[in-house]
Design a protein around this ligand. Structure first.
Ligand SMILES: [Zn+2]
Length: 116
């Protein structure tokens, strides 16, 4: 059975889950060197990598390959596409709840400051 996802859903999963957070979530080894976040490339097992927040892509300079969030899940978890999307959706909703709580707290703080 083929499950269909909308372009919007796929776009959100590729762009709104920070790739660095996903790397942590997938328990891919990572380190900081020269101020850059470097992850262990799941393909060649080297740290010649970097992530780009503007595009939300992880790049391996050795493989000369970019990985988006969906690619990373597919490669690391050996999931089918549908399972990878479900997995990312789980992370995305966790993420949204977290940022929602933050917004709520900021609103509350602003309100409190006003009261004084
Ligand atoms: Zn590589």
């Amino acid at each position: 059975m083929h499950q269909k996802f909308t372009q919007k859903e796929l776009y959100e999963l590729r762009n709104f889950i920070p790739v660095n957070d996903l790397i942590r979530e997938l328990k891919i080894p990572f380190k900081f060197s020269e101020g850059y976040f470097r992850f262990l490339c799941p393909v060649c097992q080297e740290f010649q990598t970097a992530t780009k927040t503007e595009t939300n892509l992880a790049r391996c300079f050795r493989c000369e390959r970019n990985f988006n969030t969906i690619d990373l899940v597919l490669i690391c978890q050996h999931f089918t596409f549908v399972d990878a999307i479900k997995f990312l959706k789980g992370i995305y909703s966790k993420h949204q709840q977290r940022s929602y709580r933050k917004t709520e707290l900021n609103g509350l703080l602003k309100h409190m400051t006003k009261a004084f």
